[in-house]
Design a protein around this ligand. Structure first.
Ligand code: KIV
Ligand code: ZN
Length: 554
């Protein structure tokens, strides 16, 4: 196995790189990732993720879609002001208003990039845009020219590129480059392509577009057929030198290509894929956990690279092989993605200092309040659980990180459960600083607990998903619960962790509610941006008028 050479992040991305094998990593967790159901992030959360992406060596961070909402605009502007080493990018449709708004948000960045797009497939042009191909072609030239007058670094994407007629695609790409685009991004918007076909599409563009060498070819693959990473790798082999991806593969519908999978495939199979990135791979777990904690989107246990089972060996034969030589069943080391072998950390006698050292070792940088909160919960856990492992600390901190500014906080829960009934929950919450309590019945202990929450915090959101998994082995393991709520098409995920499954369930539900309140309060722009985001922005605006601080009902 050969390690790829390390290149510094943030190499100017507007010109083709001197190193022909260098692949730029364009992360769109904060834009396309944030568009996936329940994944919205507030400004502070976006900043935290952006800092981790920059530290990890991401070349380009797509921070949002500035015209989509005031919240998106502010977040892109703050990321642009904060991030120094990575290029910061904002998305804009082909209109001047979109592009101006994107530039307004980006102009203070050390390395700004405007990413503008327009659909080019027959289906999108006819039904979505209701424009003739000639009009679309002219709109592309106008958009890129306008963007380029504002910003040196312009990327252009033909939305639904993989289903676009080749002659028309070539003509649009050539014109976009002539108008000043320095990156041409080919999206497989609906995740329809297969690797051989998608690789051939990139090769076709390289062969047929006369000025293609004046731009970096990028790809943006969705995962509807589970082929996003395979398509991205095929495109790289065919000459693409930028890939658009997200942490944990989050994104519209089935998601985007997962950053960690592309980067580790290039690193692990450097023999067949001789391309390098600037990603510090040992930061991958940290980024994955942060995104999962912030979005409330749990990573499936068998997810490649970052899933809880990705480096776990269960069967006797495998364990025996691992003990003799780890390479028998591990094609990459856990350390290479920032995972440390599970160790017994501390018990109830461990002090604050040791705990904070442990947090640092696990890659967490918490503020004083969050660290203190986490320490209190650790002591509580250590009182109840004999062995506290790294995974327990990670789950507990993820839970704490996701709930620092919450309006509704969990205080206590007593539940009567069992076969005799009635199942009863006695719940205490802190709501906007005031302690309140209630008792409620239900068809089971979880139902009683959720009914109690509904009594204290009335809302109309519907429960869409309730999922429990154990953080470690053993009956005293902590439970990690995911709750998904939907209110008028606004979906949010909540995560909660505790040694008591019912407490974890209450925490997850409360976490989801807090996210819902934040989402309701986000404002939206005038104009057509809601269409670009599938209508979400418009309904947020309507909701923000009906919900004032202190009022919980929708
Ligand atoms: O999937 C897509 O086509 C996109 C574009 C805006 C690049 O997200
Ligand atoms: Zn996309």
């Amino acid at each position: 196995m050969t390690s790829p050479p390390k290149t510094s992040p943030g190499t100017p991305t507007s010109k083709p790189s001197a190193d022909a094998s260098r692949v730029r990593i364009f992360d769109t967790t904060l834009r396309d990732g944030e568009q996936s159901p329940g994944c919205s992030m507030n400004l502070d959360e976006k900043l935290r993720v952006a800092k981790v992406l920059e530290e990890m060596g991401v070349d380009i961070i797509e921070a949002g879609f500035p015209i989509a909402s005031n919240g998106d605009f502010e977040a892109v502007r703050e990321v642009a002001r904060t991030v120094k080493n990575s290029t910061v990018c904002g998305l804009a449709r082909a209109g001047r208003k979109d592009i101006d708004r994107a530039w307004e948000a980006l102009k203070e960045a050390a390395r700004p990039r405007i990413h503008t797009f327009l659909s080019t497939s027959p289906l999108h042009m006819k039904y979505k845009l209701q424009m003739e191909p000639a009009e679309v072609h002219q709109a592309i030239i106008d958009a890129v020219t306008h963007a380029r007058n504002l910003c040196d670094d312009v990327e252009w994407s033909p939305e639904d590129g993989s289903r676009t007629e080749h002659d028309f695609l070539c003509r649009c790409v050539e014109s976009a480059i002539k108008a000043g685009a320095r990156t041409i991004n080919i999206p497989d918007t609906v995740g329809y392509a297969v690797p051989s076909e998608f690789g051939a599409l990139i090769a076709m563009l390289r062969n047929r577009v006369p000025n293609i060498d004046q731009a970096v070819i990028s790809v943006h693959c969705h995962n509807d057929l589970g082929l996003a990473v395979a398509n991205s790798l095929a495109a790289i082999a065919a000459g693409a030198r930028q890939v658009e991806c997200t942490i944990n593969g989050i994104g519209e519908r089935a998601g985007n290509a997962a950053l960690e999978e592309i980067v580790m495939a290039l690193r692990t199979r450097h023999d067949l894929l001789p391309y390098s990135t600037a990603i510090q791979t040992d930061q991958i777990m940290k980024a994955s956990r942060l995104v999962s904690a912030i979005t409330g989107f749990a990573v499936q246990p068998n997810k490649a690279i970052v899933g809880a089972n990705a480096f776990a060996h269960e069967s006797g034969i495998h364990q025996d092989g691992m003990l003799k030589n780890a390479q028998t069943y591990e094609i990459m080391t856990p350390e290479s993605v920032g995972l440390h072998r599970s160790t017994l950390v501390m018990g109830k006698h461990s002090g604050r200092h040791a705990f904070k050292e442990k947090l640092k070792e696990l890659g967490f940088q918490l503020g004083e309040n969050a660290a203190e909160d986490a320490f209190r919960r650790f002591k509580d856990l250590a009182d109840r659980k004999k062995d506290v492992y790294d995974e327990d600390i990670v789950a507990l901190v993820d839970d704490t990180v996701g709930s620092v500014n919450d309006r509704v906080k969990f205080v206590s829960l007593q539940v009567v459960a069992g076969s005799k009934g009635p199942q009863l929950a006695d719940l205490e919450l802190e709501i906007d600083g005031e302690i309140r309590d209630v008792q409620s019945r239900g068809a089971g202990p979880v139902d009683a607990t959720f009914n109690a929450i509904k009594k204290l915090v009335p809302h109309t959101a519907k429960l869409q998903l309730y999922q429990v998994h154990a953080v470690t082995a053993g009956t005293d393991a902590q439970a990690e619960v995911t709750v998904r709520l939907d209110e008028d098409g606004k979906t949010v995920n909540g995560l909660g962790t505790d040694a008591d499954t019912l407490v974890a369930s209450a925490r997850a539900y409360i976490n989801a509610l807090n996210r819902l309140f934040t989402k309701r309060l986000r404002t939206a722009p005038e104009g057509p941006a809601a269409e670009a985001r599938g209508g979400g922005a418009k309904s947020d605006a309507a909701a923000s008028k009906t919900v004032a601080k202190g009022a919980f009902s929708a």
